[in-house]
Design a protein around this ligand. Structure first.
Ligand code: PGA
Length: 252
């Protein structure tokens, strides 16, 4: 069974004290999670080690980094390797968020290399994809997102692709308060699953968790997650509010 996932993406937010307080509150939710319903916290690099300690004892809560290097080690000032992340208890890595694609010029080829590094390190990539407003208005979003997936992930074999979590995040819905409708989300998720089915077969495609991201909040999570191909969410703004994120975890 593919996992249902509530993933928080704190982005470049919180002080240490705020991070501690948020993590503390989230721990209370642990009893409601299980092997197939998990929570993932994508928190800033400086607090990953602390989060590993805080959440380490709690089952079905996992820590994610928001980025990593595609290189193993060496003279790459300011970069963070997969081995470093693994050594402090990180289990997931968000890759290819639209903000990194836009501000750090991360492209499909680099993201293919980062995906390889994460998988080789035994961690799980949360691979983000999604179209801009102009692409959506032109009606070419299916082909655009498919290309992101093909160019960054289709070199993987069937065993590897099953380890990847996909996050579909239409850029026009990120941080704008303008959520994709549950029908729009379902339509794209079904398309992506068919893309995986064509390449890897139906059984493999059925095992891939596809999350929706873009203005997910407590009030819309249940309807979005109720769609047959929406396996949870990657949540930015609302994940910084403990009450909101608890409601979102509950919607799993
Ligand atoms: P948002 O961000 O929930 O604030 O729209 C989602 C994301 O960027 O992952």
């Amino acid at each position: 069974m593919r996992k249902k996932i509530a993933a928080a993406n704190w982005k470049m937010n919180t002080t240490l004290a705020e991070a501690e307080s948020l993590l503390q509150t989230m721990q209370g939710f642990a009893p409601k999670l299980d092997e197939n319903h998990i929570a993932v916290f994508g928190i800033p690099f400086p607090y990953l080690s602390l989060a590993g300690e805080k959440l380490g004892e709690k089952p079905f809560h996992f820590i994610a980094a928001q980025n990593c290097s595609d290189k193993a080690s060496g003279a790459y000032t300011g970069e963070v390797s997969v081995a470093m992340l693994q050594s402090v208890g990180v289990r997931y890595v968000i890759l290819g968020h639209s903000e990194r694609r836009e501000y750090q010029q991360e492209g499909n080829a680099l993201l293919a290399a980062k995906t390889d590094a994460v998988l080789q390190g035994g961690l799980t990539p949360i691979f983000c994809c999604g179209e801009s407003l102009s692409i959506r208005e032109a009606g070419t979003q299916d082909a655009f997102v498919q290309k992101q997936i093909e160019e960054s992930l289709f070199h993987l074999d069937a065993q590897q692709i099953k380890q990847v979590v996909i996050a579909y995040e239409p850029i026009w819905a990120i941080g704008t308060g303008k959520t994709a409708s549950s029908a729009q989300a379902q339509e794209m998720h079904a398309h992506l699953r068919s893309v995986f089915a064509k390449q890897y077969g139906d059984d493999v495609a059925a095992e891939i968790s596809i999350l929706y991201g873009g203005s997910v909040k407590g009030a819309n999570a249940a309807e979005l997650f109720g769609q047959p191909d929406v396996d949870g969410g990657l949540v930015g703004g609302a994940s910084l509010n403990a009450e909101e994120f608890l409601t979102i975890m509950n919607a799993l």
